[in-house]
Design a binder for this molecule. Structure first.
Ligand code: C2O
Length: 301
């Protein structure tokens, strides 16, 4: 559900879930510290590619970006649910693309500094009521910002109707992305390079050398808001795939894509192997996204 529509009961449960996750010993794979380090290690060259150990693994900047992060969220959410003892618990999505119904600010539940949802390293100039900017260079008053936010949504999600442009290009054994960066990622898809990166930079603290926490891979997922941010990226993938005018769009279908494998820790702290093929249908993973009326604003921009 959208982050701005949650009940007080939900917020209490959401806070409790991260309290439990933060209180696990650091070396427990389910702890928030290790969850964040999992992201860091898949993004900063901690692993070698299977089949070519002269090339380091990188899950950003290519077609594996969306499926890897979907699996990451999937296990993260299952861990939270299991810590709560509530299998029905689900993450919210922070729909910063919502320029009408209140999604386009940091929600109040992330702000109290005694909350497990709080993170000290955020841009203090972007606290509410400051509106999100989906392109870093946007300026103007609130209605101008809202209008300018619709353009990258339209360009990055609606206009890029093929998988190469939207999801990113081929990442196969031997593809070396060590020269790609968030500022230059030729194989990165529009959702990643555009609105997704913009929200990382908007949220992180510009007084930190690397715009920590959200503004750099090493620390981004130390901030609980990361998972709500990525839930929205995941929702937009679903929206792009199934919910735009003109009918369903197609994910990549090459075997190299479908057979890509990753390891994650599940809610029992066991290492499990998953592949991209099994990530493509979110309903098979047991979740779905509600229709969000405010999407129409950018879809019809
Ligand atoms: Cu792994 Cu939003 O980045």
């Amino acid at each position: 559900m959208p982050a701005q529509n949650v009940s007080a009961d939900y917020i209490a449960k959401y806070r409790r879930a991260y309290e439990l996750m933060r209180s696990l010993p650091q070396d427990d794979p389910r702890s928030l510290a290790t969850q964040a380090n999992i992201h860091c290690s898949f993004c900063n060259g901690a692993y070698k590619q299977a089949g070519n150990d002269s090339v380091l693994l990188q899950v950003h900047f290519s077609w594996v970006f969306l499926p890897w992060h979907r699996w990451y969220l999937y296990f993260h959410e299952r861990i939270l649910a299991s810590l709560l003892g509530d299998p029905t618990f689900s993450l919210v999505f922070w729909n910063w693309d919502d320029q009408r119904d209140g999604g386009n600010v940091t929600r109040a539940m992330y702000l109290p500094n005694d909350s497990s949802l709080y993170d000290a390293k955020r841009n203090q100039a972007n606290l509410p009521p400051t509106l999100v900017k989906l392109v870093p260079t946007i300026t103007g008053n609130d209605s101008e910002i809202i209008n300018q936010n619709l353009n990258p949504m339209y360009q990055d999600v609606v206009n890029n109707d093929n998988a190469e442009l939207f999801m990113g290009g081929a990442y196969v054994t031997g593809t070396d992305l060590s020269n790609s960066t968030v500022l230059s990622a030729p194989l990165g898809g529009s959702i990643e390079n555009g609105i997704h990166n913009a929200m990382h930079f908007w949220t992180g603290d510009p007084t930190q050398p690397l715009i920590q926490d959200m503004g750099t891979f090493t620390t981004a997922s130390r901030d609980p808001i990361f998972y709500a941010h990525h839930s929205n990226v995941d929702r937009l993938w679903d929206k792009w795939r199934y919910g735009l005018p003109g009918g369903p769009r197609a994910d990549h279908s090459e075997d190299d894509f479908l057979n890509t494998e990753f390891y994650f820790y599940d809610e029992n702290a066991s290492l499990v192997k998953v592949n991209v093929r099994d990530a493509l249908d979110s309903s098979k993973l047991g979740y779905s996204y509600p229709d969000v009326a405010a999407d129409e604003l950018w879809i019809n921009y």
